[in-house]
Ligand binder design. Structure first.
Ligand code: EPU
Length: 453
């Protein structure tokens, strides 16, 4: 399969016909592999001496972008029988392509394995979703602590790490918890000549998923999933692909469909997921009144099913709650827009606070356009009074996907609503949700993809 990133291609929109509050979605949805784990495993392929085999990789735009970035460095990347194969044996360049790296923040994660392997890298200020300032000071702080020389020129960073210097053990404490920073510095240390200890680390399951695989292939990383991670370098030895990497189920995709199912379905089964990674959202929805059960037994992959049952009553039977986003295992920022949409439909007042990213409430304007009763208390906090019918008061039926997750929330809002709505910027949704219109159509939603004029 050829990789194409549609950011360079035509513009598309979704057209969604609302269910006018009816809960008619029904069926089974199987969750794909976690994009945010898969992207890091792809970058980690740079640490290997030969071809790695990656399973359960979602077909999403961000994956295509990372594939293009790796190819641009000289890697061979291809899909075979639904699995992704990456061979970095012939990679000689350590400079990330400015255009490609500029469109996706996760590109910066590749600098870790590049530094580990080549001792140098050049990369631009990373791009990504428009969700506020997303600095990389923690990466730079870490690289400097590891003895790297960092030169910034016109938003391009040039980093060089004298591998021979890397003999003294080093201890680095993140000033703030960062998922990408934890993963990147961890990978930067894998092939070093010393012990690197990282403190105040992120504990997301995606990090554990990738580190477990790296350890199976020759890395020596301990403490992943806790605040302190220790990496004993392999002294320049590349890793060998002793096992296949399998991405864990995407807890954000699963959580998104769970929230959608709570509002719009009478019965929904979400297969191939890890409820133990989704405790915060499951518990909030249950407290709110949604009937959620979890399969007693895990399947051969260790995954389970989540069932929404007896869900035919109106959403006004559900209760509101307050929520604030936080690092794992707290409530994820990547489900914030979806849960806000949920709260517009249930009875009572609620407050939602975004603690991870600045500027991740921009989509609220679109929800209010549909009639949601939301007060912006400050740029990171809103209060919601529900329930409200979603129906545009004017002829303006265009909504925007401001980022991946707000894009899903807009689709949700349009499905709940009365009327037909256009959601622009499908690209953002495609970055994180595989074949969304096909999968929603199978559940009974009326959604089409059209070319924008
Ligand atoms: N931050 C800094 N300095 C740094 C790094 C981060 O100030 O050097 C700040 C960020 O600006 C942000 C906070 O720290 O305010 C947390 O950022 P983090 O580094 O944890 O996020 P990330 O690694 O850029 C990943 C996911 C995001 C997800 C966040 C938080 C990937 C590719 N992306 O981003 O996923 O929201 O962790 O869980 O793993 C998404 O999938 O839609 C998405 C945005």
């Amino acid at each position: 399969m050829e990789f194409k990133s549609s950011i360079f291609m035509k513009k598309e929109s979704f057209i969604v016909k609302g269910l006018a509050g009816k809960k008619t979605l029904r069926g089974i949805i199987s969750i794909r592999g976690a994009k945010n784990a898969a992207l890091k495993a792809m970058a980690a392929a740079l640490l290997f001496d030969s071809e790695v085999e990656l399973h359960n990789i979602p077909n999403t735009e961000d994956i295509y972008t990372m594939a293009s970035i790796l190819r641009n460095l000289g890697a061979k990347v291809e899909w075979r029988n639904g699995h992704l194969f990456i061979d970095c044996a012939s990679v000689t360049s350590s400079d990330l392509d400015t255009k490609l790296a500029g469109i996706m923040r996760a590109s910066v994660v590749a600098t870790g394995p590049l530094l580990s392997r080549f001792g140098k890298t050049t990369f631009p200020e990373p791009g990504g979703c428009v969700i506020g300032a997303r600095p990389i000071d923690q990466f730079i702080m870490g690289y400097k602590a590891m003895g790297a020389k960092v030169i910034e020129n016109d938003c391009v960073f040039n980093i060089e790490m004298d591998k021979k210097l890397s003999l003294t053990d080093v201890s680095i404490k993140f000033d703030k918890i960062t998922v990408g920073g934890t993963e990147t510095l961890m990978m930067a240390a894998v092939m070093g000549n010393r012990v690197v200890t990282l403190h105040n680390c992120a504990k997301e399951p995606e990090i554990v998923n990738v580190a477990t695989w790296l350890n199976q292939c020759g890395a020596n990383i301990s403490g992943v999933g806790t605040e302190t991670i220790t990496i004993v370098g392999t002294k320049g030895k590349l890793l060998s692909p002793k096992t296949i990497y399998t991405a864990i189920p995407d807890r954000i995709e699963a959580g998104s469909y769970l929230i959608l199912g709570a509002l719009c379905s009478s019965e929904l089964t979400i297969n191939e997921c890890r409820p133990d990674h989704m405790k915060s959202v499951i518990s909030l929805l249950k407290t709110s009144g949604v009937h959620i059960t979890i399969s007693k037994y895990a399947n051969s992959n260790g995954n389970r099913s989540i069932f929404i049952t007896d869900n035919g009553n109106p959403n006004s039977d559900f209760h509101s709650f307050n929520v604030q986003t936080s690092v794992y295992p707290g409530f994820p920022t990547d489900l914030q827009a979806q849960i806000v949409t949920y709260l517009t439909q249930v009875t009572g007042a609620s407050t939602v606070k975004e603690n991870i990213f600045e500027g991740r409430l921009k989509y609220v304007v679109d929800l209010t356009k549909l009639g949601a009763n939301i007060l912006i208390k400050n740029p990171n906090e809103i209060s919601i009074q529900g329930p409200t019918k979603l129906l545009a008061a004017t002829d303006d039926h265009e909504l925007n996907a401001h980022d991946i997750r707000a894009g899903f929330a807009m689709i949700m809002a349009a499905i709940i609503s009365t009327g037909t709505y256009v959601i622009n910027n499908t690209y953002f949704v495609d970055r994180g949700y595989e074949k969304i219109e096909e999968r929603l159509t199978l559940l009974g939603a009326k959604i089409d993809r059209v070319q924008s004029v």
